[in-house]
Design a protein around this ligand. Structure first.
Ligand SMILES: Nc1ncnc2c1ncn2[C@@H]1O[C@H](COP(=O)(O)OP(=O)(O)OP(=O)(O)O)[C@@H](O)[C@H]1O
Ligand SMILES: C[C@@](O)(CCO)CC(=O)[O-]
Ligand SMILES: [Mg+2]
Length: 329
């Protein structure tokens, strides 16, 4: 959405982008293996307005934070709340903004640090709103490319997976040579996300896997290659609608994620509780080390949701075909 004044200057630009969940391939995708991920019906919305007091500000009522921004030096003065996600917004501003004073408002209904791509969704929405604010033609390819660079600069290492899904929407297969193909299907909402109150931190988890791989290059190399083979098998199972095979591959993938050190007691508790209550398959989704699991539970979503909610948090998610767009969530 865009608001302009009588002389045609853009006074406010708004954009939103979906969160995501990874079905297969987290962490191995960082090492050029394929992955399958889908956008979900939770979104980040960014509004950018010209500032009236000469200072750039960022506010989020959902995250209860407020800060003054120095976009030229990528620095901020935190007035209240926790900073984390501010770094992605500052990095996006630095890549595109002319540093004129603006007021930015972030609305977020994606649980943050929960493996549901809050950082990628916020980055993509910020870039889309900035492009609109500066009269740059809406171009998903350019937004996804810049958003990946932002995540990589903030985290030190990142695959393009999260930002591609948040930009394009739908369920995608990212190939070894970074080509994106979309699954033309509509999974009924057979997925439940369980997330712990212990947040993950993608940058930290990706660096810990890299350190493990540097200490055990051959072993990690074969584990990562096997993760890639799981993704290719899962692509065939999804296309043929073979739920048993999809679930079996999720459970194998979970075992390998455990072997590379990104599992936790809380995530394990949710993985096995989901299976006990009817999930065919369940695994960590996203970076791990906290955050979320995804449970595939056709016909049993309510039972699994209620079981996970007993000790942790659970949300039933619907997969979403809607990517980044210039309107409210
Ligand atoms: N309450 C909060 N307020 C502001 N920033 C936060 C808050 N909680 C976490 N953060 C920051 O938000 C960012 C979350 O990004 P991160 O990539 O770690 O998680 P995610 O994108 O939700 O999950 P994933 O990348 O695994 O899909 C981190 O930089 C973290 O420090
Ligand atoms: C863990 C990881 O594979 C996914 C995080 O959502 C990191 C990345 O792909 O950048
Ligand atoms: Mg992230």
């Amino acid at each position: 959405m865009v608001i302009i004044n009588l002389s045609g200057d853009i006074m406010e630009a708004i954009a939103s982008a979906p969160g995501k969940t990874i079905l297969f391939g987290e962490h191995s995708v960082v090492y050029k293996q394929p992955a399958i991920a889908t956008a979900v019906n939770k979104r980040a919305t960014i509004s950018i307005k010209r500032s009236t007091n000469g200072v750039s500000t960022l506010r989020s009522d959902d995250l209860q934070f407020e800060a003054e921004l120095d976009t030229e030096n990528k620095s901020y003065n935190l007035i209240r709340g926790k900073p984390g996600i501010i770094r992605y917004i500052l990095e996006a501003l630095f890549s595109t903004h002319d540093h004129s004073p603006i007021d930015i408002k972030l609305s977020l209904n994606i649980p943050i640090g929960s493996g549901l791509g809050s950082s990628a969704a916020v980055t993509v929405a910020t870039l889309a709103a900035l492009h609109k604010f500066h009269g740059i033609k809406f171009n998903k390819h350019l937004i996804a490319k810049k958003a990946h660079i932002v995540e990589r600069n903030v985290q030190g290492i990142a695959s393009p997976l999260d930002t591609l899904v948040c930009t394009n929407g739908g369920m995608i297969y990212l190939s070894r040579d970074k080509m994106v193909s979309r699954f033309n299907l509509n999974f009924k909402s057979s997925f439940v996300i369980g997330y712990t109150s212990k947040r993950g931190n993608t940058g930290k988890m990706v660096r810990s896997v890299r350190a493990l791989k540097n200490r055990n290059p051959r072993i990690l190399g074969s584990i990562i290659k096997t993760m890639g083979q799981i993704v290719d098998e899962a692509k065939l199972a999804i296309i043929s609608g073979n739920n048993q095979k999809i679930a079996e591959l999720m459970n194998i993938n979970q075992g390998l994620l455990d072997s590379i050190g990104v599992n936790t007691t809380e995530l394990s508790r949710m993985v096995y509780s989901a299976r006990r209550h009817g999930a065919l398959g369940s695994k960590i989704t996203g970076s791990g080390g906290g955050g979320s699991i995804i449970a595939f539970c056709p016909g049993k979503s309510n039972e699994v949701h209620d079981a996970l909610n007993k000790y942790d948090n659970a949300i039933k998610i619907a997969l979403s075909n809607e990517g980044v767009n210039l309107k409210y969530r």
